[in-house]
Write a protein that binds this ligand. Structure first.
Ligand code: ATP
Ligand code: MG
Length: 349
């Protein structure tokens, strides 16, 4: 079986975008791939902890992301669920990749520009190096596929560039040690493919159709949290920004109408229908009718997940035991890769 790796940062409120763009798809891939799902806590500290929380909040969020994985149906016995900081190979391989990646490559990363904002001089070095750590997360397990939201596409392309350059730079050493893979033309690391798609690969903010829904958005009205109760979901969807036109009957009619497109995409992803079918039912009608149906659908789909998350986080000992067990299994795989990488580089061990 081919191998999937992906992760979610424990940085605050998990939202509908994280669920539809990532976690729901993680669960769907379990029958076709060997899956490794990580709570990327080392990524979380790249953002200023004094702003979004602190050590206690980080601990709470690590358990909450784990609970979301489990509530979405990920099986931690058949697959691996763990938090990144328990496996030292992530940091070790990230350092190697800091020495493979070029400054020019990182300078093009749009996530850094968005997150650093105007005060770039004050951004952490970790925020800048985020993509090399992400490449290490994926390649430490030599994962072939990574399910992510659309916003992470650029980071997966960088991961491929890093794998390619490592394979080229150390081709002779890889061949001498017999560590090359014939399917990769003698390379060591695979050129990982992103799995991005569906109507909700990029869920937008409910307040601004030009911005993606984010955990770090200061406005809670911009997102539907997985743990929101029915009243909160209803009021956020009712207040969601729209335009004055009725809904179109065909997807082409959504062009130039990002807020309408977003709500239709959310409905399609939650119901499992294509957009065409959603618009065939609601096209020509008012937003108020559509929004009421969307509230019912969202509450029906998210309610049980939020409830299960709350039940699971009430027993932190159980969650921590799952993470520890997953980390032990991940470490076995990671140590094997790191040993080979050290040999390829010529480190003595
Ligand atoms: P932060 O604002 O702290 O970066 P985030 O909401 O972007 O938080 P991440 O932990 O960075 O969440 O991303 C976890 C996964 O969720 C990634 O695969 C990412 O692509 C996906 N994702 C995040 N936001 C969205 C969104 N609005 N629509 C679809 N997928 C998303
Ligand atoms: Mg993000």
């Amino acid at each position: 079986k081919e191998r999937v790796f992906s992760g979610v940062q424990p940085t605050g409120n998990l939202h509908l975008g994280n669920y539809l763009g990532a976690i729901k798809r993680f669960a769907e891939l379990q029958d076709s791939y060997e899956c490794i799902y990580c709570v990327v806590d080392m990524h979380a500290i790249t953002q200023d902890m004094r702003v979004w929380g602190g050590p206690e909040e980080l601990t709470r969020c690590i358990r909450e992301v784990t609970a979301a994985y489990l509530a979405a149906g990920i099986d931690p016995e058949k697959h691996i669920v763990f938090n990144q900081s328990q496996v030292s190979g992530h940091g070790e391989l990230a350092w190697v990749f800091n020495c493979v990646a070029r400054l020019g490559w990182l300078n093009r990363m749009t996530q850094f520009k968005e997150k650093a904002g105007k005060d770039r001089e004050n951004a952490s070095v970790g925020l800048y190096a985020y993509p090399t750590l992400m490449a290490a997360d994926i390649l430490l397990y030599r994962a072939t596929h990574v399910p992510v939201g659309e916003d992470q596409k650029q980071h997966i392309e960088l991961t491929r560039d890093i794998a390619q350059k490592f394979n080229n730079d150390f081709a002779a050493s890889i061949a001498r040690l017999g560590l090359g893979d014939a399917a990769l033309e003698g390379g060591y690391f695979p050129l990982t493919e992103p799995l991005i798609g569906g109507p909700a690969a990029r869920v937008m903010s409910l307040r601004d159709g030009s911005k993606k829904m984010s955990k770090s958005d200061p406005s809670d009205l911009s997102r539907i949290n997985l743990t929101d109760d029915a009243d909160a979901v209803a009021s956020k969807i009712r207040k969601a920004k729209t335009d004055p036109e009725p809904l179109p009957s065909e997807p082409e009619g959504l062009k130039g109408r990002p807020e309408a497109e977003n709500l239709v995409g959310i409905y399609a992803a939650l119901s499992g229908e294509p957009r065409e079918a959603v618009l065939a039912s609601f096209g020509g009608g008012q937003f108020s009718t559509f929004k009421a149906a969307l509230v019912d659908l969202a509450v029906a789909r998210l309610g049980p997940i939020g409830g299960e998350m709350k039940r699971l986080v009430a027993d932190p000992g159980h969650i921590d035991a799952i993470l520890r067990d997953g980390a032990n299994r991940a470490r076995t795989l990671a140590d094997a890769t790191m040993g080979q990488v050290k040999d390829i580089l010529g480190f003595v061990r």
